[in-house]
Each structure stands twice: as structure tokens, then as C-alpha cells.
Design a binder for this molecule. Structure first.
Ligand code: C2E
Ligand code: MG
Ligand code: MG
Ligand code: MG
Length: 285
């Protein structure tokens, strides 16, 4: 870095750099402590059809209950977890939690009908597609038979695939063979290769929040949703809209034929007991 600035120039390790370094060192240490002390929790966000009469499942979202800073969302710590590799342990914990939740629903006789069949979606880092030991660990958990694999949705975004597309495809096929469902996350946010929706074995294509937000002032985008939905019929995927924040957006998506959606307008992510309540109200009202 410093070299690029050329000969005869000095780069000072100034106060702001020192501060940055200290901050990141602290964050790393705090993350390690968080794993040991189990400060992570999962919040679940409902995914339903756009008429909101039927919940297909929940996306499990990582939260960190930080002892001083309060509840943190992934944007505040995930980069550091990735950078340090601590993400491996966090995701191991997360997968365990979700498997436990699913098997609880399956085995308890008083589970209400709505989530007798509910799916749970989890977000996974690229490592599961590119590193053999990670992939094998995941496969072992799925094969363990404590859950019905088809109730688990594994979400990957394009950044998990792009660096090694062929390797990622092979891994995705292996996972798919086990019966889990696969979702392409954040579609429409960046490169959004067409290949991903017709050559890769995704059951769900999740339209990114930024794209959904643009619907209200861009009719071309709405036509794209219609087209993507129609392609889904051919290619065998279903369309999920993320970040639905108001009635207007919901109505547009419905008209465009989008299959499912999630967003604050339908339900905010929350701990499971709360995540389920509005659902019950609706069904039994
Ligand atoms: P994502 O997978 O696209 O998750 C959806 C994000 O949108 C969540 O943010 C959710 O809280 C937020 N969201 C949902 N509905 C609305 C809405 O109507 N309006 C707005 N403004 N936001 C909405 P969150 O929980 O902060 O997660 C951010 C990202 O962090 C996720 O994006 C996902 O890529 C990643 N992430 C979350 N949990 C995990 C995890 O366990 N492992 C990994 N590797 N990544 C995770
Ligand atoms: Mg996601
Ligand atoms: Mg997303
Ligand atoms: Mg994402």
C-alpha cells in the first residue's frame, strides 16, 4: 500500500489508523468472547404468499446481543467474522439451532398446523460451496436424519458463487441431492447473471430489497418481475420478494405474479415466539 504512493513519501501511522486497528482488534476479541458466551441469537422473519394467507416458513437471521452495545445486526460484525474465519463456528452453531428448531416442530404433537410444515431458511457463506471440509460437515448434519431435509432452505448469494462458479455448482448439486431446498439470495443487487437462474438448481430466487424498493418509481423493473416469474414456471423456481415495506409494493408484486414475499410490511424479524403470533391470529381469526 505505502509503496504505491511512490518514492520519497512517508506514510504515517496516524491516529485514525491506530484507532481503526484498535477497533478491529477489539471487535475480533469480542467476537471470540461472544462465541464462548453464546451471545448470538436468531431472529426469524416470516415468508408468506403475497395474499398473506399462507406462511411457507421463516428466514433465520443472525443477531448478536452485545453486552454493551445491545442488539447488533450482521452488517456490524459479519465482515469481521468472515475475515477471521470465526464465521465457521458461528454458522456451526446456527445450523445446530435451526436443526433443533425444525426437529422440535416435527416431533412435538402440539405443534400448530401452520408450522407443522414450515420451512426455515438460513444464509450461508461461500465456504460451504468452496471448501470440502465445510461442505462435508454440512452434508453430515443434513444426513443425520433428525430433520426432514426438504424443510431446510439454504440461501447463497452471487458472491458465494462468482469466484468459483463450477465448483459452486458441483457443491450445490450435492446439497440438492440430499433434498434440501436452495435459494439464490439478493438477486438484482449486483451482477445478477442469467446463468444462475437457469443452470443452477435453485428452488427460490430472492429479489433483492434494493430492486424491490425501485418498483415504485420504475415500471420497467416491474416488467422484469413479471418476466422472471414467467421464467420461473419454465425453469422450476419460485420468486420471493425481499423487503416489502408497504401496501403499494405488495400490490404491485401481486399483480406481477411474484410467488412469495417477506418484509417489514408482512412481519419484522423477531424471536420465534413473537414471529409466530401474528400468524396464528390471522389463521384463526
Ligand atoms: P438477507 O439474507 O438478504 O436478509 C434480509 C435482510 O433484510 C435482513 O437484514 C432483514 O432484517 C432485512 N429486511 C427484511 N425485511 C425488510 C424490510 O422490509 N425493509 C428493510 N429495510 N429490511 C428488511 P439483516 O438481518 O440485517 O441481515 C443482513 C444480511 O446479513 C442478510 O441479508 C444476509 O446476507 C446476512 N446474514 C444474516 N444472517 C446471516 C447468517 O446467519 N449467516 C450469514 N453468512 N449471513 C447472514
Ligand atoms: Mg437471505
Ligand atoms: Mg437477501
Ligand atoms: Mg445477503
Amino acid at each position: 500500500q505505502a509503496k504505491n504512493l511512490g518514492r520519497g513519501r512517508y506514510v504515517f501511522f496516524d491516529d485514525s489508523m491506530r484507532e481503526q486497528l484498535l477497533k478491529s482488534m477489539t471487535l475480533e476479541q469480542e467476537l471470540r468472547a461472544a462465541i464462548k458466551q453464546q451471545q448470538f441469537e436468531l431472529h426469524y422473519q416470516q415468508i408468506s404468499n403475497l395474499e398473506r394467507t399462507n406462511t411457507i416458513g421463516f428466514e433465520a437471521l443472525l443477531r448478536w446481543q452485545h453486552p454493551e452495545k445491545g442488539l447488533l445486526t450482521p452488517s456490524e460484525f459479519l465482515f469481521m467474522a468472515e475475515e477471521t474465519g470465526l464465521i465457521v463456528e458461528i454458522e456451526r452453531w446456527l445450523i445446530g439451532e435451526v436443526v433443533e428448531q425444525l426437529s422440535l416442530w416435527q416431533s412435538s404433537p402440539d405443534t400448530s398446523a401452520e408450522y407443522q410444515n414450515a420451512l426455515i431458511a438460513i444464509n450461508l457463506s461461500s465456504r460451504y460451496l468452496t471448501q470440502h471440509n465445510q461442505l462435508n460437515e454440512l452434508i453430515a448434519v443434513i444426513k443425520d436424519q433428525s430433520i426432514e431435509p426438504h424443510r431446510l432452505i439454504l440461501e447463497f448469494d452471487e458472491s458465494a458463487i462468482l469466484p468459483r462458479p463450477d465448483l459452486a455448482l458441483a457443491s450445490l448439486r450435492k446439497l440438492k441431492k440430499l433434498g434440501v431446498k436452495l435459494a439464490l439470495d439478493d438477486y438484482g443487487a449486483s451482477q445478477s447473471s442469467f446463468n444462475f437462474i437457469h443452470q443452477y438448481p435453485f428452488e427460490f430466487i430472492k429479489l433483492d430489497r434494493s430492486f424491490i424498493r425501485s418498483l415504485n418509481n420504475n415500471d420497467k423493473h416491474l416488467s422484469l418481475v413479471t418476466a422472471l416469474h414467467q421464467l420461473g414456471n419454465k425453469f422450476g423456481y419460485r420468486l420471493v420478494a425481499e423487503g416489502i415495506e408497504n401496501q403499494e409494493t405488495l400490490a404491485k408484486l401481486q399483480a406481477a405474479g411474484c410467488d412469495f414475499g417477506q418484509g417489514y410490511f408482512i412481519a419484522k424479524p423477531s424471536k420465534l415466539a413473537q414471529a409466530i403470533l401474528p400468524l396464528k391470529d390471522k389463521t384463526y381469526a
